[in-house]
Design a protein around this ligand. Structure first.
Ligand code: HEM
Length: 491
């Protein structure tokens, strides 16, 4: 007769996934004391089969991350600019979920890579989820999404050796001078944050607001850390425990030392956008604060850790296309690529009904005519007996209907637009990289140049020459110092 030596007294019965109590979770059924397992071990088979399916694909980028819940408190009404429900009344609070990440490494890679940090915030507003899927840098390496897969391939591991590949990293940058501003930030003293609490967050993209009069404004978001920026040198980073940033976040929230950020926006009118010297939709450029000052609008605090990493952080699905009435996209062509890419990634990674997973589910009712699919545990409210088509004649019965009041005003195009391929590779790629270099102090310049030389010295000579020419164009001194540092590494 089988015994169950590990069973202790508990008011909670251990069950199989069908809810049936399990008598023995530790021994398989066998043909005799020394014989094989028999085919009636359906509980063993269930357990092994479920184990085989515990993983979902890791994110193709930003695979390593940590997240927490918190609160956004509005301190200044933005009603003049937007109808967004959560931006109307000072002291209004909105629940949020924020996931930080590195970009290039796998799920268990080090928290201390020289890499941008993802800063993705989900605002659970009363009119749906707004996701601000940003980074800790105000710009990005590219201004056209068609380059994104090539860029990521070049920065991740070599396909043959599975090792980091400085040649590929710099070969991509040598062929894409538009990356220079962001790569200068990445190689600077700000390239390795001490932990997630010490980074700023930026929408980086230009988004838009529209108000009750149908006026549109261009907007950039800035989340400034109240903990101050803290960073590490390469040498310091090498001494850190691999998962230190995650540990720091979890522990600081557990001991109620809640990290917070001051939230600001930069706002540009459509008219200003038309005439501004910089293309306001170029993701490789900032809007100088002297032209468009920061307007402080709120505080964001993280105050609750996740209960389960997989269910919440791993299944979290952020999407730049998660917009709400009053917040829109812009003509930024990188942003448009992202409006498509993220939902597509979630359907692949989590499944068609990823928005039903609690961390992703809006905190307001979801009423529509989308139905069924894998794991459709919660078809929309009236779905059981209700109509599954639209338009229908059942609005009186409470079936969902469109809300014309939240229609977005038309988005202007700046000039007569002909569908074509417009070559913007030679847009100014260097001025802002040079401006950034020139405001660095001596120590920062030395760190920047040394960090560049670490990788560039391992690249081929043609790639080195192309990069030198880019640094020269940003600032002559920048180019001169990189040349010297690379020469010193090689000699
Ligand atoms: C066209 C360019 C881009 C494409 C195609 C792209 C694509 C992706 C994809 C497919 C993911 C994984 C999503 C998932 O599986 O959950 C991702 C994650 C992410 N991306 Fe991008 N990305 C682009 C540019 C950017 C830019 C410019 C930023 C920041 C300004 C950014 C920030 C992030 C962040 C923060 C995450 C992680 C979100 C999370 O924590 O789950 N990406 N991106």
């Amino acid at each position: 007769m089988s015994k169950c030596p590990f069973s202790g007294a508990s008011s909670t019965p251990l069950t199989a996934s069908n809810g049936a109590p399990v008598a023995n979770d530790n021994q398989s059924r066998t043909a005799g004391a020394r014989g094989p397992v028999t085919f009636d071990n359906h509980y063993l088979f269930e357990k092994l089969a479920h184990f085989n399916r515990e993983r979902i694909p890791e994110r193709v980028v930003h695979a390593r991350g940590s997240a927490a819940y918190g609160t956004f408190t509005l301190t200044k009404s933005l009603a003049d600019y937007t109808i967004a429900d959560f931006l109307q009344t000072p002291s209004q609070q909105t629940d949020i979920f924020l996931r930080f990440s590195t970009v290039g490494g796998g799920q268990d890679s080090s928290d201390y890579a020289r890499d941008p940090r993802g800063f993705a915030v989900k605002f659970y507003t009363k009119q749906g989820n707004w996701d601000m899927v940003g980074n800790n840098t105000p710009v990005f390496f590219l201004r056209d999404g068609i380059k994104f897969p090539d860029f990521i391939h070049s920065q991740k591991k070599n396909p043959r050796t599975n090792l980091p590949d400085p040649q590929a990293i710099y070969e991509f940058w040598a062929n894409n001078p538009q990356s220079l501003h962001q790569s200068t930030i990445l190689m600077s003293d700000r390239g390795i944050p001490l932990s997630y609490r010490f980074v700023n967050g930026y929408s980086s993209h230009t988004l838009s607001f529209w108000n009750k009069d149908g006026e549109r404004f261009w907007v950039k978001w800035h989340f400034k850390t109240n903990q101050g920026i803290k960073t590490l040198t390469n040498e310091q980073a090498a001494t850190m425990p691999a998962f230190g940033a995650q540990q720091d976040l979890v522990e600081s929230i557990d001991k109620e030392d809640f990290p917070s950020w001051t939230v600001n926006v930069q706002i540009m009118t459509e008219e200003e956008g038309r005439n501004y010297k910089i293309n306001p939709f170029d993701l490789t450029k900032v809007w100088p604060h002297s032209d468009f000052p920061l307007i402080e609008v709120g505080q964001l605090e993280l105050n609750r850790n996740v209960d389960n990493y997989f269910a919440e952080t791993e299944q979290a699905a952020f999407a730049p296309s998660n917009l709400v009435p009053g917040i829109g996209a812009s003509p930024d062509r990188m942003l448009q690529a992202r409006l498509l890419a993220y939902q597509d990634a979630h359907r692949y990674r989590v499944g068609a009904n990823y928005n039903q997973v609690p961390v992703n589910a809006p905190r307001c009712p979801v009423n529509n005519y989308q139905r069924d699919g894998a794991f459709a545990g919660l078809n929309p409210a009236l779905a059981g007996a209700g109509a599954n088509f639209y338009p229908n004649n059942r609005a009186q019965e409470g079936e969902p209907a469109e809300v014309p009041a939240v229609a977005e005003p038309p988005m202007p195009l700046e000039q007569d637009a002909w569908l074509d391929i417009y070559d913007n590779r030679d847009d100014d790629n260097f001025s802002q990289a040079g401006d950034l270099y020139r405001i660095m102090n001596e120590d920062q310049k030395c760190q920047l140049v040394s960090n560049i030389a670490d990788g560039l010295s391992q690249a081929s000579q043609d790639v080195q020459e192309a990069m030198f020419a880019q640094y020269d164009q940003a600032d002559e001194d920048y180019g001169k110092r990189v040349r010297q540092a690379v020469a010193a590494r090689i000699s």
